[in-house]
Ligand binder design. Sequence first.
Ligand code: GDP
Ligand code: IMO
Ligand code: MG
Length: 426
Amino acid sequence: MASKSLKNWQGIACVIGLDFGDSGKGRLIDDLAQNAHIVARFNGGSNAGHTVRNQFGAFALHMIPSGIFNQKATCIIGRGVAVDLESLIDDEFQQLKKVGVSWKNLIIDDQATLTMPWHKLKDGIRENYRKTKIGTVGKGIGPTYADRVERSGLRVYDLIAKDFREKLADELSFQNKFFNLKLKFENIFSQYAKYATIIKSHVATTIPVIKKAKKDGKNILFEGAQGYFLDIDSGTYPYVTSSSTGVLGIWRSFDIHPFDINQVVGITKAYLTRVGAGPMPTKINSHEKETIIEKGTEFGTTSGRVRDPGWLDLVLIKHAVAANKVNSLALTKLDILSGFKNIKICIGYKIASQVANYVSGDATSLEKCQPQYEVLPGWRQDISKARNFKDLPKNAKNYIKFIEKFTQVPVNIIGVGPEREQAIYV
Ligand code: GDP
Ligand code: IMO
Ligand code: MG
């Protein structure tokens, strides 16, 4: 059942980005995971950069579910995830090891596709060749998913099987020959044989684990990566990622039907950002741009690239809310908007001076849209210490109420700073 305060959520919950990514999913999952028996990643790969700041320190996670700091929870990497073992083992395990956080409860699905060195190379080669670049993160995401769909990707299961050496040799010789690569078999084999030894005891078929937990009434939290307008089908194609970023992604990884999810939490910043190419109708070109980048430290967690800021776009948010049946909103980084005299918020689009009735996420259609704004008065006060809705300035409350009225969904969590405790649960 949907809980009154999301702090005490129960049943099955998920966190879905409603925007172009980097909305603060990592920090929210870290907090909601305190109440979880299972935390499971269902899409994307090491293109994700989920920042967590808590009593253990500050972390940039790419593969490991952000619930790993609840040492009692089981963390799962699902079959729909592109598994980058270099990131998982050489970077993220090391981040955790330094602070004594264990990953013994991590399970990786045996059917998930591996991101291999040739995928990363091909991501770069393809991107360089494109006249109009997508601005990918360069982690091999497109080529990994392309191989999965083409039915040739090596899977986690293959890595721990006896014939891995032969399978790798076959696939590598194909990749080297047809894509003119010069990758060395022995180097890759020894690197992946080492990874296999490290992860072997963490590999399992994860769907029965999720099904049993569901049957036993445990709390299961699904962690989305990216955002709905980067979704392969619903996003601003071709400026999208290659996985299903909405609730459909949960079904693709775990056979859990969206109707079975009690709490669909849609998350967005109080403004938008986009990193990489592709349209964002509310992109800010005025003086507020630099202020937001600087105050909000809007630099990519994975790539370090500057994120373009935009005003909150309620047309897009409402579209993502409807498509995913979001029943709770989380609004992060409200603190970054403190000090603005006025705050713009997009409530409609015009195309060639005509009101647009329907807008798909597709880039060609979105590029033509002129945003129509409501201008709301800002607030001056620092809100980073607010812990109750009533502590917020009147105009900040009005900004939130405006979002709730437009989307018809309650804002149940408000981020007022990056630390775990800097959140208001309404
Ligand atoms: P994710 O990809 O959705 O997990 O988001 P990222 O971690 O890539 O980017 C979000 C950034 O905003 C991180 O640096 C967070 O520490 C930070 N952050 C999250 N919520 C808040 C908030 O409410 N206020 C502030 N000031 N920073 C936040
Ligand atoms: P999190 O989970 C923001 C963007 C890239 C590029 C496009 C395709 O941290 O929110 P890809 O490497 O996936 O082929 O790149 O998608 N992108 C993200 N932008 N946050 C992310 O993840 C992203 N993952 C991919 O910038 O525009
Ligand atoms: Mg991120």
